[in-house]
Design a protein around this ligand. Structure first.
Ligand code: FAD
Length: 410
């Protein structure tokens, strides 16, 4: 049985976990990342964000200038049936990239900083001593059970977080099912369609699935004939809607096939397209978790914390910024309580109630927290209005002028 000790034990080598490792190691702390896949971020997820100084400083000029496809970030919303439109001009450059290029860049930065990454390490549960989380138990590449210990355990293991689930985080209520699809040779003229396209489907509009939750299909032009296309279910108010049942994966994929083949304008993108990736997935973008610190010693970060901007379902920047914040405050406190060198054993002094309250308060004062909180509030109300109150295609179309105004403000 392998037992090891670290300042930071990070579960998941996605954008949040790798960023956490980079920040920790650059500050001189020992960080280990456990990743269940054979490679970092084995499943492609988000492939675009708005550029900002945090991301540019972290990822470097080369990434932004050579590896990204840039657009002005305008959004176009289509009412049900594509009968009416609402445009939202772009304010900041939007950068698109390939998931594997992005993750490889983060992995390279983590390796350079001295982060230890263990692949094929499937974390099974936290290790608790007197209710303090002091490590994790995982199954290694040979199927053997191993443990790793540390002063701070960061759950960066995504929307179905094993660690969050252990502490009863209700991911069945936080997660929205999605379909992600990448297409080459898509039927798009980028000069005519330069913006990100979002198509609303109300509840009750699908003849074969009248109780399917409200959803949005999207098409993002990625340069030339490449596109990312997908389906996002909006589940925030689904439990309050008598006309909605929560669909299983098979029904979601059936509806996706139907929309791919029939939804006006959206289905045109697929004519002659070569689909190179298409899968059912999910995202925790209904709400943030109620407590980022579910037990002393552990922090939920990124998708495992529902820390996603629900407007556009963007979680890359927010998860990475959250990781950077929490590692920074924990590292500073570790250095302080241990006299500057980090800690060598699980720290009662680090996880006092007073310290936890101060970490949380500091996080709630960050601009990224305020932005995500505001976005959940706004989108929550917006979805309630469109998808619960108006609900059907006919009513959403009738009230489109109001929706158009709201979309402009959002
Ligand atoms: C279809 C789709 C499109 C999206 N588009 C965008 C977009 O355009 N822009 C944007 O900003 N965001 C987008 N997002 C959201 C964004 O991808 C996520 O918010 C982001 O990837 C979250 O990062 P994370 O590190 O928290 O989690 P993840 O990226 O999910 O990484 C979690 C990591 O943990 C590993 N892991 C899981 N369980 C375990 C375990 N038990 N043991 C060890 N390792 C484990 C996983 O293998 C994975 O590597 C999109 C998401 C989806 C699904």
């Amino acid at each position: 049985m392998k037992v090891d000790f670290n300042d930071f034990v990070i579960v998941g080598a996605g954008p949040a976990g790798l960023t956490a490792g980079i920040t920790a190691a650059r500050k001189g702390f020992k960080a280990i990342v456990l990743e269940k896949g054979k490679i970092a971020g084995p499943k492609p997820r988000g492939e675009g964000f708005r550029e900002n100084s945090f991301l540019r400083n972290l990822l470097g000029e080369h990434f932004f200038d050579e590896d990204c496809f840039k657009m002005d970030g305008g959004l176009m919303f289509h009412s049900p049936g594509t009968l009416k439109l609402a445009a939202k001009p772009g304010k900041k450059t939007l950068c698109f990239f390939e998931w594997k290029t992005f993750i490889r860049r983060l992995e390279e930065l983590a390796e350079d900083a001295g982060v230890e990454i263990i692949y094929n390490a499937n974390v099974l549960s936290p290790v608790l001593k007197n209710d303090v989380c002091t490590g994790v138990q995982y199954k290694d590449k040979d199927g053997k059970i191993a443990h790793v210990n540390g002063n701070a355990i960061l759950a960066c293991d995504g929307y179905q977080s094993t660690l969050g689930s252990y502490f009863d985080v209700p991911y069945d209520q936080l997660n929205c099912p999605m379909v992600k699809c990448l297409a080459d040779n898509a039927n798009i003229d980028i000069a005519q369609t330069p913006d990100l396209q979002f198509y609303f489907v109300g509840n009750g509009d699908l003849a074969d699935y009248p109780d399917f939750p409200p959803c949005v299909v999207y098409g993002f032009p990625l340069g030339g004939q490449k596109m990312e296309l997908g389906l996002m279910l909006r589940m925030g108010h689904a439990h309050l809607m008598k006309t909605v049942t929560v669909p299983d994966n098979k029904i979601v994929m059936n509806v996706w096939e139907h929309l791919k083949n029939n939804y006006p304008e959206f289905s045109d993108y697929f004519k002659g397209a070569d689909i190179r990736h298409e899968e059912f997935t999910g995202m925790s973008n209904t709400a943030m978790v109620s407590d980022f610190v579910p037990a002393k010693g552990m922090v939920l970060i990124g998708d495992s914390a529902g820390f996603i901007d629900p407007f556009g379902s963007s979680g890359l920047y927010s998860g990475m910024a959250m990781a950077d914040f929490w590692v920074s405050v924990l590292a500073d406190k570790m250095a302080m309580v241990a006299g500057g060198n980090g800690l060598t054993e699980p720290a009662d002094k680090l996880w006092t109630d007073e310290n936890i309250a101060a970490f949380k308060q500091g996080f709630e004062e960050t601009s990224v927290f305020k932005q995500i909180k505001g976005s959940y509030f706004l989108i929550g109300n917006f979805e309630w209005y469109i998808f619960k109150h108006l609900r059907t295609a006919a009513r959403i179309n009738r009230w489109w002028p109001v929706i158009k105004l709201l979309l402009k403000v959002a």
